[in-house]
Write a protein that binds this ligand. Structure first.
Ligand SMILES: [Zn+2]
Length: 161
Protein backbone atom coordinates (compact mmCIF):
# COMPACT_ATOMS: atom_id res chain seq x y z
CA UNK A 1 0.00 0.00 0.00
CA UNK A 2 2.79 2.44 0.92
CA UNK A 3 4.54 2.53 -2.45
CA UNK A 4 1.38 2.46 -4.57
CA UNK A 5 -0.05 5.56 -2.92
CA UNK A 6 0.21 8.60 -5.17
CA UNK A 7 1.86 11.03 -2.81
CA UNK A 8 5.27 12.73 -2.89
CA UNK A 9 8.04 10.14 -2.83
CA UNK A 10 9.62 11.57 0.32
CA UNK A 11 6.29 11.03 2.13
CA UNK A 12 6.16 7.42 0.88
CA UNK A 13 9.61 6.97 2.41
CA UNK A 14 8.52 8.66 5.63
CA UNK A 15 5.45 6.38 5.84
CA UNK A 16 7.70 3.37 5.33
CA UNK A 17 9.96 4.51 8.19
CA UNK A 18 6.88 4.99 10.34
CA UNK A 19 5.60 1.49 9.57
CA UNK A 20 9.00 0.18 10.64
CA UNK A 21 8.76 2.45 13.70
CA UNK A 22 12.16 3.99 13.02
CA UNK A 23 11.23 7.69 12.70
CA UNK A 24 13.40 9.74 15.08
CA UNK A 25 10.96 10.51 17.84
CA UNK A 26 12.20 10.88 21.42
CA UNK A 27 11.41 7.18 21.94
CA UNK A 28 13.82 6.15 19.18
CA UNK A 29 16.47 8.73 20.08
CA UNK A 30 16.46 7.33 23.62
CA UNK A 31 16.94 3.82 22.22
CA UNK A 32 19.98 5.14 20.33
CA UNK A 33 21.50 6.56 23.49
CA UNK A 34 20.41 10.20 23.04
CA UNK A 35 18.72 10.72 26.39
CA UNK A 36 16.06 13.37 26.38
CA UNK A 37 13.25 14.22 28.73
CA UNK A 38 10.55 12.90 26.45
CA UNK A 39 7.42 14.99 26.03
CA UNK A 40 4.94 15.06 23.17
CA UNK A 41 5.30 18.39 21.35
CA UNK A 42 1.61 18.46 20.48
CA UNK A 43 -0.27 17.74 23.70
CA UNK A 44 2.67 18.19 26.13
CA UNK A 45 1.03 15.57 28.34
CA UNK A 46 2.66 12.26 27.47
CA UNK A 47 6.00 10.88 26.35
CA UNK A 48 6.74 11.07 22.64
CA UNK A 49 6.42 7.56 21.23
CA UNK A 50 5.61 6.84 17.61
CA UNK A 51 2.26 5.32 18.45
CA UNK A 52 1.30 8.20 20.73
CA UNK A 53 2.36 10.99 18.37
CA UNK A 54 0.93 9.56 15.15
CA UNK A 55 -2.12 7.68 16.43
CA UNK A 56 -3.28 8.42 19.93
CA UNK A 57 -2.30 12.00 20.79
CA UNK A 58 -5.44 14.10 21.32
CA UNK A 59 -4.29 16.48 18.56
CA UNK A 60 -3.70 13.69 16.07
CA UNK A 61 -6.99 12.05 17.07
CA UNK A 62 -8.79 15.17 15.86
CA UNK A 63 -7.34 14.65 12.38
CA UNK A 64 -8.41 10.99 12.30
CA UNK A 65 -11.88 12.00 13.45
CA UNK A 66 -12.11 14.74 10.84
CA UNK A 67 -11.72 12.19 8.04
CA UNK A 68 -13.78 9.37 9.55
CA UNK A 69 -16.59 11.83 10.35
CA UNK A 70 -16.62 13.08 6.76
CA UNK A 71 -16.82 9.49 5.63
CA UNK A 72 -19.47 8.81 8.26
CA UNK A 73 -17.76 5.70 9.56
CA UNK A 74 -17.12 4.55 13.09
CA UNK A 75 -13.50 3.56 13.19
CA UNK A 76 -11.76 1.61 15.93
CA UNK A 77 -8.21 2.89 15.77
CA UNK A 78 -5.62 0.09 15.87
CA UNK A 79 -2.72 0.26 18.32
CA UNK A 80 0.06 0.50 15.74
CA UNK A 81 0.91 2.22 12.47
CA UNK A 82 1.38 -1.02 10.56
CA UNK A 83 -2.10 -2.17 11.54
CA UNK A 84 -3.59 1.11 10.30
CA UNK A 85 -2.01 0.54 6.90
CA UNK A 86 -3.51 -2.95 6.80
CA UNK A 87 -7.06 -2.03 7.74
CA UNK A 88 -7.57 1.56 6.54
CA UNK A 89 -9.07 0.89 3.12
CA UNK A 90 -11.18 -2.01 4.29
CA UNK A 91 -12.56 -0.06 7.26
CA UNK A 92 -13.20 3.00 5.10
CA UNK A 93 -15.21 0.93 2.63
CA UNK A 94 -13.31 2.91 0.01
CA UNK A 95 -14.66 1.38 -3.20
CA UNK A 96 -13.99 3.53 -6.25
CA UNK A 97 -12.56 6.30 -4.09
CA UNK A 98 -9.83 4.02 -2.86
CA UNK A 99 -6.93 6.02 -4.35
CA UNK A 100 -7.88 9.14 -2.42
CA UNK A 101 -8.81 7.38 0.78
CA UNK A 102 -5.48 5.54 0.74
CA UNK A 103 -3.66 8.89 0.99
CA UNK A 104 -5.35 9.91 4.25
CA UNK A 105 -3.04 8.17 6.79
CA UNK A 106 0.12 9.56 5.18
CA UNK A 107 -1.51 12.98 4.94
CA UNK A 108 -2.26 12.92 8.68
CA UNK A 109 1.21 11.62 9.57
CA UNK A 110 2.99 14.17 7.39
CA UNK A 111 0.92 17.02 8.87
CA UNK A 112 1.72 15.81 12.40
CA UNK A 113 5.44 15.49 11.62
CA UNK A 114 5.65 18.99 10.11
CA UNK A 115 3.80 20.50 13.07
CA UNK A 116 5.93 18.57 15.55
CA UNK A 117 9.16 19.73 13.87
CA UNK A 118 7.95 23.32 13.62
CA UNK A 119 7.31 23.29 17.37
CA UNK A 120 10.56 21.49 18.14
CA UNK A 121 12.93 23.46 15.90
CA UNK A 122 11.27 26.84 15.34
CA UNK A 123 9.22 27.24 18.50
CA UNK A 124 6.11 28.05 16.43
CA UNK A 125 2.81 26.34 16.87
CA UNK A 126 -0.51 26.23 15.05
CA UNK A 127 -3.79 26.24 16.93
CA UNK A 128 -6.04 23.22 16.44
CA UNK A 129 -8.13 24.87 13.68
CA UNK A 130 -5.06 25.79 11.68
CA UNK A 131 -3.59 22.33 12.26
CA UNK A 132 -6.74 20.72 10.80
CA UNK A 133 -6.84 23.18 7.94
CA UNK A 134 -3.21 22.42 7.04
CA UNK A 135 -4.06 18.72 6.88
CA UNK A 136 -7.09 19.31 4.65
CA UNK A 137 -5.15 21.66 2.38
CA UNK A 138 -2.40 19.06 1.96
CA UNK A 139 -4.98 16.39 1.23
CA UNK A 140 -6.65 18.59 -1.36
CA UNK A 141 -3.30 19.29 -2.99
CA UNK A 142 -2.43 15.59 -3.20
CA UNK A 143 -5.89 14.73 -4.55
CA UNK A 144 -5.43 17.36 -7.19
CA UNK A 145 -2.27 15.61 -8.36
CA UNK A 146 -4.26 12.39 -8.68
CA UNK A 147 -7.02 14.23 -10.50
CA UNK A 148 -4.55 15.65 -12.97
CA UNK A 149 -3.14 12.18 -13.51
CA UNK A 150 -6.51 10.60 -14.09
CA UNK A 151 -8.13 13.55 -15.91
CA UNK A 152 -10.97 13.85 -13.44
CA UNK A 153 -12.36 17.16 -12.31
CA UNK A 154 -11.61 18.52 -8.86
CA UNK A 155 -15.24 18.75 -7.81
CA UNK A 156 -15.81 15.02 -8.15
CA UNK A 157 -12.50 14.42 -6.46
CA UNK A 158 -13.64 15.82 -3.15
CA UNK A 159 -17.37 15.20 -3.42
CA UNK A 160 -17.44 13.49 -0.05
CA UNK A 161 -15.78 16.34 1.80
ZN1 LIG B 1 0.50 14.09 22.48
Amino acid sequence: MIWKTKIPYKVNCFTWLLAKETVLTHENLNKRGVHLCSRCFLCEEQGETINHLFLHCKWTTQLWQMFTNMREITWVKPGRIKEVLKCWNRDGNAGRKEERWKMVPSCIWWTVWLERNQRCHEGKQSNIQRFKLKCLALYYFWCKQVVLDSSEVISTNIDWL
